[in-house]
Write a protein that binds this ligand. Structure first.
Ligand code: AFP
Length: 327
């Protein structure tokens, strides 16, 4: 039998000797949140937890019941641990302040509790994305100025994919590692150590239904992906960023969500979607761009700012930049 390494043990083993264990414990709490969300997603149909909630989020999107549940889980698991000073969620307009009675930690977390939520009721892959920043001197009230940071200041990022199994993928700047949940014992075990985009990519993932709404240079890039003899790629698009990214990380490829008529600034949010995934992509030997430059260099000027996004194998993302920006 191979050694069984749990996620906490692995995170701990990668920390410097002076670390106090806060980041390790934070990972434990994120893993717990993931287990709760995975369990609820599996039971949603018979618990009456599928379908829409009677609320809309800051983006004006009608929330699904599982969006609301996942967001509540993240808040309730993480707000009282003393590890965080604030949180920012896709589902909430403002900064989630940690109640003073719980004590403020030296990290703040950005997250999308349930990505790809239009897939929930069809039993298709969904995910959670998170990023962690350090806040060395947390004030009593954390402000937007404290939180609006570029992805190149992330100290950790990851995602959880809820598919045929639940997999937790993360990086603390020392490679990208994946852990699969054993649902019977409730533990994440190391299954994918040091994940890297394969050199030869297999897939491209863009929503070709939006082709007519893309700018001509994006259309030319999409045509190149379709027709080039340089490399033979197949098209796969789930409509769940986490799912598309995970497949492309394992087999090589590029995911793109360009600007389009409906989303002139792109659809993907900088702070809690694009930046954490860009951090993972670079740690796995890939790259993420808005078509002009690195996603990790974008310092958002508002919490829910969107961006066009191309992410995956560096060669394919740089090709997008060549078409879009003439680079
Ligand atoms: P939802 O969480 O609202 O389903 O959005 C998911 C997402 O942001 C991303 O995960 C998908 O790749 C993308 O939207 C799908 O959007 P289209 O349906 O426009 O292709």
């Amino acid at each position: 039998m191979k050694p069984l390494t749990t996620i906490e043990r692995f995170v701990l083993s990668q920390q410097p000797h002076y670390a106090k264990g806060d980041l390790t414990t934070l990972f434990y709490d994120i893993a717990l949140s993931a287990k709760l969300i995975a369990t609820q997603a599996k039971r949603a149909a018979f618990l009456g937890e599928q379908g829409y909630h009677d609320s809309t989020n800051v983006q004006g999107e009608q929330q699904r019941k599982l969006d609301v549940f996942a967001d509540e889980v993240f808040v309730k698991v993480n707000d009282h641990t003393g590890r965080l000073c604030a949180m920012i969620s896709e589902e909430q307009e403002g900064i989630i302040q940690i109640p003073p009675k719980y004590g403020r930690g030296h990290y703040f977390m950005v997250y999308d509790p349930l990505d790809g939520s239009s897939n929930i009721d069809t039993n298709v892959t969904i995910g959670t994305i998170f990023g962690i920043y350090r806040q060395d001197d947390p004030k009593p009230v954390v402000t937007e100025a404290d939180c609006l940071r570029p992805g190149n200041q992330l100290v950790a990022a990851g995602y959880i994919i809820y598919g045929t199994s639940t997999i937790f993928v993360y990086s603390t700047g020392k490679g990208v590692h994946g852990f699969t949940l054993d649902p019977e014992v409730g533990e994440f075990f190391l299954t994918h150590e040091n994940m890297r985009f394969p050199e030869v990519p297999a897939y491209y993932s863009l929503n070709y239904g939006a082709y007519r709404n893309w700018q001509p240079n994006v259309q030319k890039y999409a045509d190149w992906l379709n027709t080039t003899d340089d490399i033979r790629l197949s098209q796969r698009y789930i409509g769940s960023f986490v799912g598309d990214f995970h497949r492309n990380l394992l087999y090589g490829g590029v995911y793109g969500y360009p600007a389009e008529t409906k989303y002139p600034d792109g659809k993907i949010r900088v702070l809690y979607e694009a930046a954490p995934m860009a951090y993972l992509a670079e740690q796995a030997g890939g790259y993420a761009s808005n078509g002009h430059g690195s996603i990790l260099d974008i310092c958002p000027h508002k919490l829910h700012q969107r961006t066009p996004l191309f992410i995956g194998n560096r060669t394919l993302v740089e090709k997008a930049e060549q078409f879009i920006d003439g680079k």
